[in-house]
Design a protein around this ligand. Structure first.
Ligand SMILES: Nc1nc2c(ncn2[C@@H]2O[C@H](COP(=O)(O)OP(=O)(O)OP(=O)(O)O)[C@@H](O)[C@H]2O)c(=O)[nH]1
Ligand SMILES: [Mg+2]
Length: 467
């Protein structure tokens, strides 16, 4: 027997289909655990257990009823596999019937059906991935567009984990010095220079805060930017909504106040997606249902990443638009102006609109005819470049895309603030150490390492005090 999973955390062997359900050319069943190779051999006439790791073998698979399929058996031994334990990938023909028969055969031999994410969980427990990387695997599988995919891939490679580990190690060093002082309390020594500690904590505080704040962007990349279409009744919001989506989703009519409830749809671009939200037109409504619709429009504007304010060039005056825009600016920081119905006879020139919008400190307005495909296509491109412009520096920057990470970073930032405040107010060494330790624990939580033991380890490895 040559299985080699001494470092494995688990004693049982798990099995599951690794490819999506449904008919396909092939389907892969994955088996992981100490008996993965032995159980596979029990379904074969020619053993693979003595073959080297990372090799593939064509074999016939049997159960008690006879031949199940011709299969390609790939073996990964011990620490060299994804999970860090013996793993076999059995590629069979992609029929539901074959897959379920193979799964049953493994289960009858003693394997257990894996829980969701259990292969990756094992990879984490066996030290193959840290928690942030394990979460990146989930992100990678579900990424729907290029930028989200790039970020997940980067996180999987460990870039984010390295940033966190660097911050944590620096903090760890100082914490061990502060803790060491506690052991020499009577002698009144100061191993950790307070001015250096203050500089370090300030630096960490600012890095942690900027990482935490990148989550706003990370979330947009992962979930899509919510973009609200707002404006007066009949401005053409629903028309533009339909044209951008290229489908007849929202009701369009010349009756002002057509849209009551907000409608949301996903608009895909090559690198990212938008969640486009059509809303009820804003006006002084007397009807209660319409009033409720307008209240909802404002609540969408407040929550969304950006708002497109649509105006009807055929009937809207500069003053009316200005009034709406100042109201919107109080509710959201990102308003984009779209001057619609440019096909109609207008009284206000394009330049006058541009000047007004610029004077309000907003980005340059767009001119469209929501009913015209070519014009809407141009708007689509303009939207893409304005959005991508905002993402220009994402390339090398670390962007937090996971809410758990954002919360841990926030926790760390709060603890660092406590340390800084404590240093001003003369907080005792043990309380400073407590907050430092909490900060380390928050950072360690991101990658899944335990903080306190590391502090002890750091103290003992760096200092030979001989006591
Ligand atoms: N000429 C012209 N008419 C347009 C254009 N866009 C929309 N319309 C017309 O304007 C009217 C109102 O359009 P809607 O899309 O329903 O307007 P809305 O902003 O959703 O209106 P509410 O839902 O009532 O707030 C309809 O008759 C549309 O056909 C355009 O670019 N040019
Ligand atoms: Mg509408």
């Amino acid at each position: 027997m040559t299985t080699s999973n001494q470092n494995s955390y688990h004693t049982d062997t798990i099995v599951a289909r690794a490819t999506a359900a449904g008919v396909g050319a092939i389907a892969v069943v994955r088996v992981s655990g100490p008996s993965a190779i032995k159980l596979t051999d029990e379904l074969l006439k020619m053993a693979v257990i003595d073959k080297p790791t990372h090799t593939a073998h064509l074999r016939t698979l049997y159960d008690e009823d006879g031949v199940m399929d011709e299969a390609l058996i790939t073996i990964f031994k011990g620490s060299k596999s994804y999970t860090g334990e013996d793993t076999v990938e059995v590629s069979v023909h992609g029929s539901e019937y074959i897959v379920s028969r193979v799964l049953k055969a493994f289960i009858r031999k003693g394997a257990r059906l894996a829980e969701p994410g259990e292969f990756t969980q094992r990879a984490f427990l066996n030290g193959k991935l840290d928690l942030a990387q394990a979460e990146a695997v989930a992100d990678l599988i579900t990424s729907e567009h290029r930028i989200a995919h790039d970020l997940a891939l980067k996180q999987l490679k460990g870039g984010f984990s390295k940033d966190i580990a660097t911050l944590r190690d620096r903090l760890l060093h100082f914490t061990s010095l502060v803790e060491l002082e506690l052991d020499f309390a009577e002698e009144d020594v100061e191993f950790a220079s307070r001015s250096e500690l203050k500089l370090l904590v300030e630096l960490i505080q600012s890095e942690v805060v900027s990482l935490r704040d990148s989550f706003a962007l990370g979330n947009v990349i992962k979930k899509g930017l919510a973009l609200v279409l707002a404006g007066r009744p009949n401005a053409g919001k629903s028309t533009l909504f339909n044209s951008l989506l290229n489908e007849d989703r929202a009701i369009v009519s010349e009756i002002a106040g057509t849209t009551r409830d907000a409608i949301e749809a996903q608009l895909n671009f090559e690198g990212f997606m938008l969640r486009l939200i059509d809303t009820a037109g804003i006006r002084e409504a007397t009807d209660v249902i319409e009033q409720e619709g307008i209240a909802r429009t404002f609540s969408h504007v407040e929550k969304a990443g950006a708002t497109m304010y649509l105006l009807d060039m055929g009937s809207c005056s500069l003053a009316d638009a200005e009034q709406d825009l100042s109201m919107l600016k109080q509710k959201t920081s990102r308003v984009w102006v779209v001057c619609n119905k440019m096909d109609l006879a207008v009284t206000v020139s394009q330049q006058a609109w541009i000047d007004m919008v610029e004077a309000m400190g907003l980005e340059e307005p767009w001119f469209v005819s929501a009913r015209d495909k070519v014009s809407v296509q141009a708007l689509r491109l303009a939207l893409e470049s304005r959005f991508m412009g905002g993402l220009a520096d994402v390339g090398d920057q670390t962007v937090v895309t996971n809410v758990r990470h954002a919360e841990s970073l926030n926790h760390c930032a709060i603890e660092m603030q406590q340390v800084l405040d404590g240093m001003v107010s003369g907080l005792s060494g043990d309380l400073l150490a407590f907050h430092l330790r909490e900060g380390i624990r928050a950072l360690s939580g991101i990658t899944g390492e335990i903080g306190v033991d590391e502090i002890l380890g750091s103290i003992f490895s760096k200092f030979c005090i001989g006591k």
